[in-house]
Structure formats: C-alpha cells, structure tokens
Design a protein around this ligand. Structure first.
Ligand code: CA
Ligand code: CA
Ligand code: CA
Length: 217
C-alpha cells in the first residue's frame, strides 16, 4: 500500500522515482534492489539506437527536443544516474560503470561501439539530448503527436515538406555537418522523388525497419 500510494501521485515531483521504488523494502529482494531488468531495457534501447541510420537518430533527437518536461521526467533521473560527476555528459567510463552497476551484461568492445553510436555529434561523449534520443521508449514512436512535432521541427517554414535546406540546417544544429551527405539522406527518404520529404515519407522513415515493431521490451 505504501509503494502504490506514493506512486499514484499526480505531481511528478512528489511521486517516487524509479530508484526510490526499486529501493523500497517491498520491492527489494534480499536487501538488494533487483534493478537488472530495468537496465537491460536501457541496454536494449541503446543497441537498437546504434543500429539506426543518422536521419532516424536525428528524428529521435528532434522528438526528444520537442517533448514536454512531463514526457521526459523519468529520463533525466536516468541520465543523472550515469553522469556521476554531473558534467552534463556521459563518458565511456561513466557508461561502463553505469551499465555494470545495473547488471547489464556487455563487453567493453560493445560499450565503445554503443558510446560511439549514441554520440551523434561525434564529440566523444554522450550529452543529455543524445542520451534521451537513444533511450526513448518505443511507444513514443507510436504516438502520432510526438512524430508530428518532430516533423515540424525539421519543417521550419511549416510548408508541409522538409526541403534540402531545412534538412541541412537541422544537420548543422545537431553538429552532424561532416558526418552525413544531406542530399543522399534526403533522396533515400524521398520515396516519390519530388525532392522533398512530406509527412508520410518522414513517418515511413521513422518507423522503418521494424526496430520498433511489435515487441515492447
Ligand atoms: Ca559526466
Ligand atoms: Ca556527443
Ligand atoms: Ca517526397
């Protein structure tokens, strides 16, 4: 009753955090919170993210950027639990310790690959937005309004299309300039070949490949 009543609180700031729930005596097992399943979820999401192409990663970053504080409330806690020194970025060392502490099984080789793939702007570390994009819950992509907002983030002049210039400007914003060929990226998503990306094409690109299909891990 104690746990449930403290979870069912309308105000997020007064609600128990995931860590607090996992450390509550009722949830603990043998005095050690069984948080491995939670973090395997994180690891699974990171793995899926690493398999995505840059445009989709950018789409997820745009989604993260356009979500409300409420929608991403739990994720800030998660980020902080990795960013031990509070620098605002996660280093390879912090990623390794964070995942290990949570019982996620992975090799240091994979860890390096994961960091590299989450580090969308190639700065060498994972910042908050990159982390958000990499660990967004799958159900966010099923939510039409999240995708509409992400599309609108690219479609700066609200014309209903993402043009090469608009794509270019978001690429610059996310500091991906030297990492992708904007024209080629656009043409891959431009299924009807009119030189720009409409909402349906954007949707198809974001929901592509089935990384997000079906299974809710
Ligand atoms: Ca840090
Ligand atoms: Ca980075
Ligand atoms: Ca098109």
């Amino acid at each position: 009753k104690d746990v449930v009543s403290r979870i069912l609180v309308a105000k997020p700031s007064e609600r128990l955090t995931i860590d607090e729930i996992l450390n509550h005596p009722w949830v603990r097992e043998n005095g050690d919170a069984p948080d491995a399943p939670l973090d395997n979820v994180v690891l699974t999401r990171m793995r899926k993210f690493s398999a995505m192409h840059k445009f989709k990663k950018m789409g997820l970053m745009a989604m993260a950027r356009t979500m409300t504080k409420e929608e991403i409330s739990g994720m800030k806690e998660m980020f902080k639990s990795f960013d031990k020194d509070g620098s605002g970025t996660i280093t390879i060392d912090e990623l390794q310790k964070g995942l290990q502490k949570k019982g996620a099984k992975t090799t240091s080789e994979e860890m390096k690959e994961l960091l590299k793939s989450m580090d969308v702007d190639g700065s060498g570390e994972v910042d908050y937005e990159e982390f958000l994009a990499a660990t967004l819950a799958v159900n966010k992509l099923k939510n039409e309004s999240n995708l509409e907002r992400a599309f609108a983030y690219f479609d700066k002049d609200d014309s209903g299309f993402i043009t090469v210039d608009e794509l270019m400007s978001v690429v610059e914003e996310f500091k991906l300039g030297n990492q992708m060929d904007v024209n080629q990226t656009l043409s891959e998503a431009d299924k009807d070949g009119d030189g720009k990306i409409d909402y349906d094409e954007f949707l198809a690109m974001m929901r592509d490949k089935g990384e997000y299909s079906g299974k809710r891990f």
